[in-house]
Each structure stands twice: as C-alpha cells, then as structure tokens.
Write a protein that binds this ligand. Structure first.
Ligand SMILES: Cc1cc2nc3c(=O)[nH]c(=O)nc-3n(C[C@H](O)[C@H](O)[C@H](O)COP(=O)(O)OP(=O)(O)OC[C@H]3O[C@@H](n4cnc5c(N)ncnc54)[C@H](O)[C@@H]3O)c2cc1C
Length: 338
C-alpha cells in the first residue's frame, strides 16, 4: 500500500486555535490497513509522528519536523444488541458531534450530554471527553488501535484505558504510541436523563419530562451561548482542568476565600472552578500579543488574531503563576502541547 506523502503541509485548518504552523510531511490515514502500513513505510522511518484528529485539543507551539498523520477513518454501525444495550462502533475519523446526532436519530440515546464537543471519535478516549454531567468513559466499551512503531493491532477495554478526569492511558504511558482506529460504545436501553447540571436544567425548565433530544438541544443551546465559536475566535475549549483538592485543603482555602466556586466529589475531594480562580486573578479579557483570556469565559484562552502557540503558552504560564501565588493551587493544562 502506498500512501500519498504530502510535504511542507500547512496545519492552519487542522487546529482550532488557528495557528499557522507547518508539518514537514503529512499523510491522510483513511483505513486500518493504511495505519498498519505506516510502521514499514521507508519514507517516514525514524521520523517523529503526530496523530491528528480535528486539532481541537492541541497547542501547536512550533512547526512540526515530522509527519502529521490525519485520521480520516469513517463508518458507524450497530455491531451488537441485547436486552440491555446497543453496542455501536464508529471509525476514529468520524466527527464526534455528527456521531452523537446519528445515535439519537437512530433511537439510541445516551451521549446527548456530550453534544457539540468539537473533534473526532478517535480522540474522545484520549482525554475521556466530558461535559454537562457525563464522561465518555461511562458509555465506552472498547477501542481498536494500531501501535505506530510496530504496526501491530491492539484492543483496549475500559480498564486498559485507565480513564480519569480528562485523562487516560493515552495521555500517560501510551502517549504518542498508538493510533486509535475505532471506538465501540455501549448505550444502555434503560435510559435515564442527566439533567442536573444547572445551565442545562435551566434550559429544560419548560419541558415537563425531557427526552434525550431535549437534552441534546439544551446542551447545544447552552454551549452556543457560553463558548466562543472557534471558527470565529480560535480556541481549544477549556484550557485548564478544574483542580481537585482534598477536603482539608478546601476548608483552609474557603476560610480565606469564602466565594470560591467548587463542586463536591463522590470521593470526598473537592473540584475547584478553574475559571473562577483565573477570574479572581484579574485575567479575564487580558492577554499577551494576540493570545488572550476570553472576556466572558476565563477558562478559555483565545487567538484574537495572529497569536502563536508560544504566546498562548506564555500566557498560560503567567496565569498559572498568579493562581499558584494567590490560591496555592497548581493549574494543569488540558490540551496537548506540541
Ligand atoms: C470550543 C471547544 C469546546 C470544547 N469542549 C470540550 C468539552 O466540553 N469537553 C471536553 O472534554 N473537551 C472539549 N474540547 C476539547 C476537544 O474538543 C476534545 O478533546 C476532542 O476530543 C479533541 O478531538 P480532536 O479530534 O480535535 O483531537 P486533536 O486535537 O486532533 O488531538 C488531541 C490529542 O489526541 C491525539 N489523537 C487524536 N486523534 C487520535 C487518534 N485517532 N489516535 C490516537 N491519538 C489521537 C492527538 O495526537 C493529540 O494528542 C473542546 C474544544 C473546543 C475547541
């Protein structure tokens, strides 16, 4: 199999920050066979590789002196069904939101809270995407991947993926080693709404008994109202994770900062709203060069035009320093950084 090797490839439309970075080479990977063939392709032997989906969770801080592998493996189908659940497989290159809409249109609810998250199905397990009271890991069955160095195929079940809050094996020991080629989801037939999240609950007030489509529509409406549109103002969604602290650390912080916005966790720890911490440090609307903190959403860093990835990182470091100095809390970046 001979794949087209593109050279001096612009990544401008392949990252939602809209950074004008270039890759020495690029390849479009549209099948599992193509992914397997990479390991024995002499043209890219020993070359650094960067797997890219929709580029909505990556900060390109420089040109990439290697080969960008753009995943375009498509297809979605029900592969099994029993009394309890549907098992649905989707190609890694499928658009995530399109896939969620497709499951609902085919009468299989369960992913509606994750509507409108940009990017691809194949990237969803990388950081175990989550929003409005649901994490992808709760609907995950298994995934198939190809190890880039060997071309070997491997399946990962939920335990092997080690999902955490915006975290998985693929952000740790597995980082950069695999190309995910497809993901299988388990959607339970006994559907229960997840509509506790305040913004979503408000948007659903008029609906007496909201169904999955009503939740999907509410999530889409809330996201459109709250988040900047990356096609207009480049961004990668939430730039920092919400830090999780112990109950004791939280009590100490709360005595000093009574207004701190927080969410109790099932394990007794407390999640702090990173956006609130950043806002309190006076960063909302401020920036460095073309990189800035969004003027309504302190958790979102944006490219106001002409920003570089390096400027976004410089801004992120300045924010981290201020939050650490004032609150003693170490913010962790959510997107992957090149
Ligand atoms: C406006 C906006 C809102 C967002 N909201 C949310 C949100 O609510 N919740 C949330 O969790 N995230 C959110 N995100 C982040 C982002 O949408 C998700 O992380 C998404 O899953 C990234 O998908 P992608 O295809 O764009 O990945 P990319 O940005 O292309 O890649 C991200 C990482 O995954 C790796 N990767 C991508 N595809 C594969 C593959 N097939 N195999 C192996 N590795 C791969 C890349 O190498 C990279 O390390 C938001 C982003 C934006 C821009």
């Amino acid at each position: 199999m001979s794949l087209q090797l593109l050279s001096d490839f612009s990544l401008l439309v392949h990252n939602t920050f809209g950074f004008d970075a270039r890759a020495r080479h690029a390849m479009h990977i549209d099948s599992v066979d193509a992914a397997v063939a990479l390991a024995t392709d002499p043209r890219i032997a020993n070359m650094p590789q960067l797997v890219l989906g929709g580029g909505s969770n990556i900060v390109l801080t420089r040109d990439f002196d290697g080969v960008a592998l753009i995943v375009g493996i498509t297809g979605k189908r029900v592969i099994d069904e029993d009394d309890d659940a549907w098992l649905i497989e989707a190609g890694a290159g499928e658009n995530w939101h399109g896939f969620v809409a497709w499951t609902l249109a085919h009468g299989m609810p369960g992913l509606e809270n994750l509507a409108l998250i940009p990017g691809t199905v194949g990237a969803a397990p990388i950081q175990n995407i989550g929003a409005y009271g649901l994490e992808m890991g709760e609907r995950f069955e298994r995934l198939s991947a190809v190890e880039l160095a060997t071309g070997e195929r491997a399946d990962f079940d939920r335990a092997a993926c080690a999902f955490g809050y915006r975290d998985s094996f693929f952000k740790r020991a597995g980082r950069g080693r695999f190309m995910i080629t497809s993901v299988v989801f388990r959607l339970p037939k006994a559907w229960t709404p997840r509509a506790d999240y305040a913004d979503v609950a408000r948007a659903l007030e008029a609906a007496a008994k909201p169904d999955a489509k009503a939740i999907f529509d509410a999530v889409v409406a809330v996201r459109r109202a709250k988040l900047p549109d990356w096609t207009v103002l480049g961004n990668a969604g939430s730039f920092f994770k919400n830090p999780v602290v112990s109950a004791t650390a939280f009590e100490t912080l709360k005595q000093r900062e009574p207004g701190v916005v927080s969410y109790s966790q099932a394990d007794g720890q407390v999640k702090l709203a990173a956006g609130w911490l950043i806002d309190q440090c006076g960063w909302k609307g401020r920036g460095i060069g073309g990189a800035a903190v969004h003027d309504r959403q302190a958790l979102v860093l944006v490219n106001r035009g002409g920003a570089t990835g390096a400027q976004v990182l410089e801004l992120a470091e300045a924010i981290k320093r201020d939050v650490l100095a004032r609150f003693g809390v170490d913010l962790e970046m959510e997107p992957v950084c090149l």
